[in-house]
Design a protein around this ligand. Structure first.
Ligand code: GDG
Length: 468
């Protein structure tokens, strides 16, 4: 496995190095797969290295082998904050913010991708399978193939893949595309993304389509959709734990027992449509279709990419809007919006999901959106209602949500009001259908279907799986 981040954080205390588990969605998905094969995870440790500092040795962790790759402050600025998050991220999300390009960022992107490819080439056994993750590492498949033609290489893109017209804006577009074409299988969240990719290979490189793939240098590269998911059982278990349920009741109480608790949980990112959500709420308050204290909104906006300008500007805009709503519609002791620019534990998040009458997930564009799936998984009581943007990958599966176009303010308001006013039986029916889908399509299903499309047999169960 090759990903930008390792599933652990490197911590240095008094010159002593230690590793702390950093729980992310990808670890949950890939731990069983890697552990069953004693696989290796190649990635950055989360600490900026000094220039020239050797990377720490590979080590064993939780039945996996971890191979750290060093990134310096300069690499982080140009490769991570620069090309990955200021060029690719906005471009791949419909250019909802203007992408910036700098030649020095591209050079760093290439240099860092080469470093990851070399580490993977060094770790992989003969004929091994290597699975590369996400937009930060799009050049790795071709670089790795050049170093190790014996390997089987898969790539999965967690974010959208843009239409041809948009991708064509990218300086170095052909190199990026050739990088991806080093894989045997390129996986996307949605079928449309796979189609965009295949169309692009023809348009940009004149390659010939062959079924659900394309022919490159006498090899066949397949492209298909593998919608990512969550550990449904884990969320269900948390949502059934007495202390989480007690916390959920307490949250409602602390908010003044509102009739309608509306929740948003996102990284503070301009793709997530947080401003659009606030605007819809403000207009509904001004039209008296909702009123405080009967309705309150809680928005968790987890700090993210805070050194990047677009993110700093977004924070200012979002906080101004929160101030405006609370100034106009709050009362002493009862704000209309509870805005939390903080990170929470998983159990606290699940308690919030269980407390919320309406969950608003309104991205302008999103590869999948796991928050929407987590909310549905948490509603073991079949309560609650989900308002979901049509532009989230999750909308392809969660069809019983209250779908909306986040660019259409009226549409968002209407979807929110339909969710607020839904009768209990209708809400439960929608939730039941979506839950059934998720149970059959959890994150293990995602990982095994990708790997089986790559021609890798299912792993033998690990001990922890035997117990479940
Ligand atoms: C990318 C793609 C795709 C959030 N705040 C806290 C917290 N979270 C967790 C959520 C969820 C995850 O972070 C966010 O996942 P999303 O899918 O919503 O969004 P991105 O971060 O943009 O992820 C996306 C995903 O990759 C996977 O392929 O779905 O489209 O953009 O799990 O619960 N977790 C904790 N505290 C927080 O405060 N513990």
């Amino acid at each position: 496995m090759v990903a930008n981040r390792l599933p652990v954080d490197e911590v240095i205390n008094d010159g002593e190095r230690s590793w702390r588990r950093s729980p992310g969605g990808l670890v949950t998905a890939l731990h069983p797969v890697l552990a069953a094969r004693r696989g290796t995870w190649v990635g950055w440790s989360g600490r900026a290295a000094e220039p020239g500092e050797p990377a720490p040795e590979a080590f064993e962790h939780d039945q996996m082998r971890l191979r750290p790759v060093n990134l310096t402050t300069d690499d982080l600025e140009r490769y991570y904050e620069g090309f990955a998050n200021s060029s690719l991220w906005p471009l791949y999300h419909d250019a909802v913010e203007t992408p910036f390009y700098k030649r020095s960022w591209w050079e760093a992107y290439r240099r860092v991708n080469q470093r990851f490819a070399e580490a993977a080439a060094d770790e992989a056994a003969p004929q091994a399978t290597v699975w590369v993750q996400d937009y930060q590492l799009q050049l790795v498949p071709a670089m790795l193939r050049a170093l190790r033609p014996d390997l089987k290489i898969g790539f999965f893109l967690h974010i959208p893949f843009p239409p041809v017209e948009l991708f064509m804006q990218l300086p170095r577009r052909a190199e990026v595309l050739r990088g991806l074409l080093g894989a045997d299988l390129v996986g996307f969240q949605r079928p449309l993304a796979a189609q965009n990719f295949l169309r692009l290979t023809r348009h940009l490189l004149g390659l010939r389509p062959r079924g659900a793939g394309v022919e490159v240098d006498d090899r066949l590269v397949h492209a298909a959709a593998f919608p990512i998911s969550i550990d449904v059982l884990q969320i269900e278990e948390l949502a059934s734990t007495p202390h989480v349920l007690a916390r959920s009741a307490q949250i409602r109480k602390e908010l003044g027992d509102p009739k309608m608790l509306i929740l948003g949980v996102d990284r503070l990112d301009y793709t997530k449509g947080i401003e659009q959500r606030f605007k819809a709420f403000r207009e509904l308050l001004s039209e008296n279709r909702l009123s405080v204290p009967d309705a309150v909104m809680v928005q968790v906006a987890t700090p993210s990419r805070e050194r990047i300008e677009h993110y700093q500007a977004l924070r200012v805009k979002v906080e101004r809007e929160v101030g405006r709503i609370n100034g106009e519609y709050g009362r002493v002791g009862v704000p209309a919006v509870h805005y939390l620019h903080q990170s929470y534990s998983r159990s606290e998040l699940v308690a919030m999901y269980c407390a919320a009458d309406v969950m608003m997930v309104t991205p302008l564009r999103d590869g999948m959106n796991l928050v929407a799936k987590e909310y549905v998984a948490a509603r073991v009581d079949l309560g609650g209602a989900l308002v979901l943007s049509e532009f989230a990958g999750a909308a392809g599966e969660l069809r019983q949500a209250f779908l909306c176009n986040p660019h259409d303010l009226q549409g968002v308001k209407d979807a929110l009001m339909r969710a607020v006013n839904v009768d209990e039986a209708d809400a439960a029916r929608r939730m039941r259908t979506m839950r059934r889908h998720l149970r059959a399509h959890d994150v293990r299903h995602w990982a095994t279907s990708f790997l089986s499309a790559l021609g890798v047999p299912a792993p033998t169960p690990t001990r922890s799986e035997d117990n479940t």
